[in-house]
Design a protein around this ligand. Structure first.
Ligand code: HXC
Length: 521
């Protein structure tokens, strides 16, 4: 190569490197220090923790803001967001990481376009999209262009929902528009103490409603993990949040066209589980730890619970059975006696639909007396919300296995995926009881006259309850009618579940033609 060509090329390369350095510096050392002092990593450090080492490939580094009167002379390195792709456990993922050191990570038109670009690539190539959110919301200086930028992102959140997995890590104060994109994704993981989500902040609330509230009380991780149900997981600090995102990905396929990856295990499929005999109590009213039942059954006792602190009366989460990823839905007798209420119905229905969208079989463990009675629940719409569970199970075409451990009564019997609601296989332990209601309630209704007329009503009631129990408090009445496929010994349950899952591997089921279903919302 000629010397002058070489010099020219060296100059161009140096300029490119100079520009790249400026972008990588974000909002500069002072703002980065503020970020670290607040206990947060920078946008690029977060990507280092999320992705396999050295795998990140940046796209759109040289994008600049879209201008406008109020943005004249304002510099926004990288447009306040780092975008590109990399790998997690060797599998491609697309990412964006908002840079709070640049105009508070606020979203302008071109910031939104950068995110939309990686979302498009994720959908086109069939790979998950992961957003690391740390943003003050719409960039006020850009006005309607900023709102349009959000529109670009929201539109794609909806369009690509169920196409590729979408996961949001919330790692800073996400305000205004910054919360609605995560809310449309499949999973929201929040950092405790350093992240907040709210549509309007404490100051606006104070001036409008006169309520005094701190950031933490309004939209901290604990609020969204326990009260609102917006967050699926919470963790201490950025590093732990990003580890949880990596873990979540291990249960999900690259796209709806693929199967989730298997995780091979040394845990034998035929491992007996005699400990279950001592976990489940023979007294129907005595609660027992359903989490222990789940962990005892699944591979290596590993269970990634989703929304562990919200609507604790139902348990949902991911595990493996014989190497096959599964979604587990289980009543929790330790909270509200495992009844189904509004929040539990929302939580379970959403989880079932997530599993179905991404080809994860659903295993349902049933111990439920019914929907939670009460005026508050009725008035708040338990009918509308409970219907979501019925709908979600019936609509799901993934393999579905139901195991009735103890009680399965009334409407909740159907809402926990009975055979008629589309379960492929229904199993029951010998302790199971399937009926319209519990023995006490049933005996009081159907033997009311006899009890009233009796010289000793209390003794007759007790006798009738016992008779009813003998007759119906077992799985064999339902099994005789084909509603239960098999009654299994608790200690052989793991093998039974794994065998049925293997049998269902080739399951194919299509739905009748429609534009889309109309789940009650
Ligand atoms: C542009 C913004 C900004 C914004 C903050 N900044 N918010 N720039 N647009 N929305 C800038 C600040 O000027 C500052 O710049 C830097 O970001 C950091 O902000 P600080 O206030 O210093 O940080 P902190 O004290 O940590 O407070 C963070 C915050 C607060 C709680 C997020 O900044 C805040 O309340 N911002 C406004 C949030 C908001 O109301 N957003 C809603 C927009 S409306 P310098 O140069 O000093 O570093 C919206 C509607 C969309 O989003 C609707 C779609 C459905």
């Amino acid at each position: 190569m000629r010397d002058d060509t070489l010099t020219w090329m060296n100059e161009l390369t140096a300029e490119m490197e100079e520009r790249r350095k400026k972008v990588a510096a974000g909002g500069g050392p002072a703002r980065q220090k503020k970020q670290r002092d607040a206990g947060k990593l920078t946008a690029r450090e977060r990507l280092d923790h999320l992705l396999d080492e050295g795998s990140f490939v940046e796209l759109g580094a040289f994008v600049e803001h879209a201008g406008g009167d109020l943005m004249r002379g304002v510099e926004a390195p990288g447009e306040g967001v780092v975008t590109g792709y990399g790998t997690v456990q060797g599998r491609t993922v697309f990412v964006f990481s908002q840079d709070f050191t640049v105009l508070g990570g606020s979203l302008g038109k071109m910031h939104g376009r950068k995110i939309a670009n990686v979302m498009d690539l994720a959908a086109r190539t069939g790979a998950p999209i992961i957003g690391l959110n740390d943003s003050a919301g719409a960039r006020i200086q850009e006005g309607v262009d900023a709102l349009s930028g959000y529109g670009d992102v929201f539109f794609r959140n909806a369009r690509y929902s169920g196409v590729v997995p979408q996961i949001s890590a919330i790692l800073g104060p996400c305000a205004g528009g910054a919360v609605y994109s995560p809310a449309m994704t499949d999973f929201v993981v929040m950092a405790r103490g350093t992240s907040y989500m709210f549509i309007t902040g404490p100051e606006v609330i104070r001036s409008v409603t006169k309520e005094e509230v701190t950031f933490e009380q309004l939209g901290g991780a604990d609020v969204h993990g326990r009260v609102s149900g917006v967050a699926h997981l919470e963790a201490d600090g950025d590093v732990e949040v990003l580890r949880q995102v990596r873990e979540l990905l291990a249960y999900l396929p690259q796209s709806a066209k693929e199967q989730p990856p298997r995780r091979e295990t040394d845990d034998p499929a035929a491992r007996e589980t005699p400990e279950l005999l001592s976990i489940v109590h023979p007294d129907q009213r005595r609660p027992y730890p359903m989490h222990d039942v789940i962990r005892t059954l699944v591979d290596d006792r590993r269970f990634l619970e989703i929304q562990p602190d919200f609507a604790k009366n139902i348990i949902v989460g991911f595990a493996h059975l014989g190497g096959q990823p599964v979604g587990v839905v289980a009543n929790n007798p330790r909270h509200l006696a495992g009844t189904l209420n509004i929040d539990a119905s929302d939580k379970a229905a959403r989880f079932i639909r997530t599993c179905d969208a991404f080809n994860v079989p659903v295993v349902t463990l049933v111990d439920v007396t019914g929907f939670l009675p009460g005026v508050a629940q009725e008035h708040a719409g338990i009918i509308r919300h409970g219907a979501k569970m019925l709908y979600a199970y019936a609509e799901a075409t993934v393999p579905k296995i139901t195991l009735i451990t103890r009680k399965s009564y009334g409407g909740a019997y159907l809402a926990m995926n009975s055979k008629d609601m589309g379960a492929d296989v229904v199993l029951a332990w010998p302790t199971a009881a399937v009926a319209v209601m519990g023995a006490e309630g049933a005996a009081n209704i159907i033997y009311r006259r006899e009890i009233e007329r009796s010289p000793d009503p209390a003794a007759t009631r007790a006798q009738k309850i016992e008779e009813y129990k003998k007759r119906f408090d077992n799985p064999y009445v339902a099994a005789a009618k084909g509603y239960i496929d098999d009654v299994v010994d608790p200690k052989h349950t793991r093998l039974a579940l794994i065998r049925h899952l293997r049998m269902l591997e080739g399951k194919e089921q299509s739905l009748p033609f429609r534009k889309h279903g109309n789940i009650p919302l």
